[in-house]
Write a protein that binds this ligand. Structure first.
Ligand code: DGI
Ligand code: FE
Ligand code: FE
Ligand code: FE
Length: 187
């Protein structure tokens, strides 16, 4: 599928404000890819699709998780996590994406994981710091991202973990694994 067709189809899956966010993630992913030596075309493609399932009904995401063999333990954690692995599945099935690096960047853009690839880091960080984002830590994350993907991502995960603690929510183990692993690489 060509870029324009992909953009038109993804845009139709979400409200205007979420598409604006997606454009911000696309632009930021390209900047980070150029800054840190990744393929900007692939980074943009992952960004276009990263939230493709964000507005799907919970029941529709749950059906894919159960029927397509995605990690069932997700169902015991916050529903906000589900659109990422479901999005990777949809990117492959409905948009014809085959590149595992792109599919993984979509799959892990919310949770992170141990051993995040350069592409995983770029899309996850772009999602935190795109120009439309406004939360207390965002300016400091943008400053850290001038020099270090890893330091910026740790700050991002710290803010998410803090938020989840304040909300009394469960925390998905991959998020701890991602943060622990990133900390080892920046010491
Ligand atoms: O889809 P977006 O809103 O652009 O951003 P995202 O895909 O990073 O989703 C972030 C939401 O996921 C945020 O509100 C926190 C929530 N969430 C719930 N449980 C977890 C979690 N995020 C992480 N990293 N880990 C969790 O265990
Ligand atoms: Fe998302
Ligand atoms: Fe995120
Ligand atoms: Fe997003």
């Amino acid at each position: 599928m060509n870029r324009n067709e992909m953009i038109a189809r993804v845009k139709a899956e979400m409200p205007e404000r979420r598409w604006t966010h997606t454009v911000g993630v696309m632009e930021t992913s390209i900047i980070l890819a150029e800054r840190f030596g990744a393929d900007p075309v692939k980074a943009e493609q992952a960004a276009i699709l990263h939230d493709v399932a964000k507005y799907w009904a919970t029941s529709r995401m749950e059906a894919i998780i159960r029927e397509e063999g995605l990690p069932a333990e997700l169902l015991a954690f916050d529903k906000e996590l589900w659109h990422a692995p479901v999005g990777a599945f949809v990117a492959e099935r409905d948009y014809g994406v085959t590149d595992p690096a792109i599919l993984d960047a979509i799959r892990y853009h919310t949770s992170g994981r141990e051993g995040m690839t350069l592409m995983d880091k770029i899309v996850c960080l772009a999602d935190y710091m795109e120009p439309g984002r406004d939360f207390p830590a965002v300016q400091s994350i943008r400053e850290l991202a001038e020099h270090s993907l890893e330091r910026a991502l740790v700050a991002g995960f710290d803010s998410t973990i803090t938020y989840l603690l304040q909300q009394g929510k469960r925390i998905y183990p991959l998020t701890f694994a991602a943060r622990n692993d990133l900390l080892l690489t920046i010491r």
